[in-house]
Each structure stands twice: as C-alpha cells, then as structure tokens.
Design a binder for this molecule. Sequence first.
Ligand code: ADP
Ligand code: MG
Length: 631
Amino acid sequence: MPQTDSKSTINSTLKKIWGFDELRKFQVAPISALTSGTDVIALLPTGGGKSLCFQLPALVRGGLCIVISPLIALMEDQTNQLKLLGARAASLTGDRKNIDRILNNASVGALDFLYLSPERLKDPLFIAQAPLLDVRTIAIDEAHCISQWGHDFRPEFRNISVLKSYYPTAVLGAYTATATNEVLADIATQLKIDSGCIHTTSMRRQNLEFEVSTWGDTEEEILLLARELKGSGLVYVKTRNDADRWATRLSSVGLCATSFHAGLEKNIKQKRQRDWISGKVSIMACTSAFGMGIDKPNVRWILHVGAPANLESYVQEAGRAGRDGNPSRCILFQGARDLKKSEARNKEMFPSLKTIQNIYQSLANQGKVAIGDTPIDPTNIDIKESAKNSGCTTSEALASLAFLNSAGHIDLIKNPRSSLGKVKWLGGRNSIVNETTHPTDILASHLMRIGLDMEPISTSAKKLGSELGLAEHVIDSASRTLDAQGRLEWMPQAAEYEVVWPSGRINAKKITLPSSVYADRKDSADKKWSAIQSFISTEGCRSELLDLYFSDDPVSPCGVCDNCTWSSSKTEEKVLSMLRKTHPEGVDAFNLIRKFKAGHKGAVSNILRKLLDGGKIRTKGTDVYVISPNE
Ligand code: ADP
Ligand code: MG
C-alpha cells in the first residue's frame, strides 16, 4: 500500500472503529510501521494507548492477529473492549471444549483477534491448529516480561519466537511501558528483531506530581493525609495481609476503602474492581496484583507504603494516576521501618547457596529420592515443611525452588492438578451407588469402601486415579461433582507444588547455580534497588531522574515534584511567619510540620531544628514558639 493510502486507511479506521479523531503523536510511527509490515518494539507511557498500536494495524492488515499477554484478566478486558467496538475477538482460555471451539473459529477466519498466554503456545491443541491460522500480525503486550533484565521476567515469554517460525510473513509488534534501553535491546535479541525497529518516546508524564516522604511514622502520616486527598486513589502495600489491614484501617477513619490482592476469589476481585472503577469505593488498598491493564482515567493519587523493588514497578504503579491528564499526586512513603522491611524482603529473594542446597536436600527427603535416582513419579512437596527443615522462611524456600528450577536441577510445577489434599467422605456407607462405569459412581463406591468412619484421608487425584485405573482429570471432575452434591469434602493443601526430577538426584552439596541464574540476577536486582533508593534520596527533580533512568533523552526539571517546588529560604520565612501570626502562643511541632506537603515534611523538620539551634525559636514540651524580638 502506498504511504498516503495507508495513512488515510489508518485515519479512517481510527475514526470508524474507535471514533477518535487522531493518533497521539507517539503512536504515529509505530502504527504506520506495523501496518506497512515492519516489526516494531515500542516503549509508550502507561495509558499512552499501546493496545491501539497493534489493534489498528491488525484490522487494516486483515487476517488474524495473535496477541500474547501475561494475564488472563488483561486478555478478557481487551477482548471485551474489542467486541464492544464490533471486532471479533476471543481469549484462548477455559476448558478443552472451549479452546477447541475458539481455535476452529480462528481457523475458518471468523476472528480478528486471538489472545493467548505464552504457555498456551505449547498446548498440543494450539500446535495442531497453528498451521491453519491466517496470522498476519503478532502482538506482544507487556513485552518486558521477555527479558530477564526487566522487572517482571516470565520464563514462558522466551518461547514466543516460535511464532515467527510458524508465521514467517506475519509482522511482529512488542509493547511495554517500562523498559530500560538494556531491556529494549534484549527484547530485540530475544525476538530476533532488528534493534532499528525500536520506537521510544518521552516517558514524562507532566501531570504527575512526585513526592517522597521519609519523615514520621508512615502509617500515621498516611491515615492523616488520606482524609485530605480528594477523588479516587490507590494505596500500594507489600502483602495480602497488609492490603486487608490497610482497607480496614482506612475505613475505620471514615474513608470508603476496600482491598485487592491475588488471594481473593475471582468474583470478589471483580466486584471490588468494578466498585473502585465506578467511584462507588474511592480507595483501594492493594498489592502489585492490582492495576495492570486497568483503564480508569480519573485516579487522583497513588500512595506507596514502602518502596517497590525497582523503578520499573514504581513507574508502572504510579503511572496509573492521571490518565485523564489532570494533576495527580504520587507519594512514596519510606519510613525507617519500611526500609528495614524491604531490605529483609529483598534478601529473602536471594537465599544463600547453603539454603538452596538445604532445600534441595529437603525435597529429596520428602520424595525419598536417593543420590543417583531419577524417579518417574514427581514429588509432591510441602513447602512449609521444607522451610522448617532447612531453617529458612517460606519466601526463601520458594525463591530457592525457583532458582533450582531455573538451573535445571528440578522441574517445578505449580498448582499441579494432582495436588495433595484430604478427602472426607460424607455420603455414609449405605448410600445407593449404581453399579455403572460412570467415574462418579466408581469413585463414590471406592471412597465408601476406604473412607470408613468419616475420617478424612490424605490422597491426591493422581493417587486415586492410579488406584482406580482412571485418568487424573477424570478423578478431578468426578470429585468436583461429588463435592457439589455434598457427598464428599475435598480439602486441598495450602501450598501446592510438585517437583519432577529431570536427571539423577545429586549430592546437595554439589548443587551450584550458573551466574546467569543467580549472580547476574542478584546483581541486576541490587542495581534496581539502588536506583529506586536514589529516586528517594535525590535532591534533584524526580521526573528528571526517571527520564534519565529509562532513556538518554535530554531532560528538564518538571517544576511540580516536591524537590522542584522546595525552597529552603521561603519555607523558613513561612514557618517564622506562621509562628508569629497564626500561633503566637506556640504550636505542636508535629502539627506545624503537617501543614506542609508530604514530600516537604522532612525538610521542614530540618528547618525547625536549624531555627532551634540558631536560637530563633524555642520548645516547650512538644510545642514550638517563636522568640519575640524583645526577649
Ligand atoms: P496502555 O496499554 O498504553 O496503558 P491503553 O491501550 O489501555 O493504554 O489505552 C489507554 C486509553 O487511551 C484507552 O482508553 C484508549 O481508548 C485511549 N486512546 C488510545 N489511543 C487514543 C487516541 N489516539 N485518541 C484518543 N484516545 C486514545
Ligand atoms: Mg495495556
């Protein structure tokens, strides 16, 4: 298509499907490249409109667009939005029957967009149908997940380049809001795309006012501040428990708050998300599990309780404020206690080699695997038990498993279907069971025979399956049916991991980790941690520091962050005048400090100290007062 034709097709499609009048400036180049068949790697700010960057070219190019996305929630959101626009879209999720149906639709040209997770690329159903699909566009959302130098590396993303061999004539676009130059280059290498295809734009979000507060007690300061903040906001915390506790605490001071984290049931998550998006609930206390792909324009403030592990996560989370372009506040709180906690957590992510060896030993013990053995059966493991036996925390044990897995010493399977659990037969001994070959009946009569005296028995779908000569998934669905009928109770164990031994088990002391698995990643994590600590301690413009971290583009101060708006001399004058005019009798020092914005409190407190040392003010108890000139 000649350049001008393609440009007018792009604009008319934009208007016809989306109803938008024009592309955003930074969307123009990546959209016209992809449309005309050139691969693209694009770094666009959060809310910049990345979806449009591949959806529009895909519609213009015709055929099928495969979109790889890391989260089911993201896929569902986007397919729903596309359907509302009148495009034909589906996510490749759900049971076999559904997947089969969707793939059939795709293969007969009844779909414009097919969203799938990178794991699905290995699904035999997908592999079988892949040659039948007329794929002309491949898009990778949240593409930083490809790079282990990124902040959210997902090993499954490494598999994506097979798509290029399936569809050599398709064009490929990879999109992210958070990637350093190093990560962008790595994405290009991994996808075998020329680095000349990288498009970047200024990541500056002029309406975001960054502030950092290291002063006072984080909890107290946030509870006071949250009452003054207007509109919708998010409070990012570190753990699921923290999210629930913060929601309770914020509610107890009269605010309308709820919580969100990965441990909640799907329908609860959906309800809370809806309530927050609609404004029915104004504050969400959440873990990093909340926010990806959420398109709420009027988020007015984002608070962080403690620093995230890196600036990439911070920018992504803080970037959820102010998508509508109106001024919004992003305030990071890191008190002394928060810092200590974060440092402890960072340490847990990289357990010592000794701990990792101990965990390996405990896996071998749990599976009764001798040195040299390569058992055929996987070992169901109890992670808490492993942690206890190895004298480490559960987080360290989990991190150790991940390292052992990455180094190829074990294959770690999360949430295996054959998860260990306890089953309790509730059906009594005399219930009538039809003598049929129906799996439900077979399972019922089996449990009736062994599940005497209503004692729960420890087992797994796998074990029951092998006892009854039925496939694991058959047992799985039969036990669900019986559970739904109230005839049995299935109590799965909390932590569910299974370990497969890919090669002979070795002496735990001989376990080593290649530097690409451990040392390099630790180094990268340490660097990322120092980068966010410099964001916290900098006296310069915070937006400028972010610009410099993500690109080499020339920068200028934002004029709105706490450091840009700080003036020592003006604040000193203001403090003195407040003490003279508003509080001639003196005022509680903390309350005086709290009259200033969060990011200035530490500096105001220093000014008070300086005035005190210089004899210009005095204290009485916790009050400060100004000394009158004739004193
Ligand atoms: P990102 O994935 O980059 O965070 P989205 O793709 O979710 O952002 O888009 C954010 C919002 O911007 C969406 O509501 C989208 O409809 C809107 N948008 C994208 N491109 C344009 C445009 N050219 N004109 C107006 N609105 C746009
Ligand atoms: Mg997006």
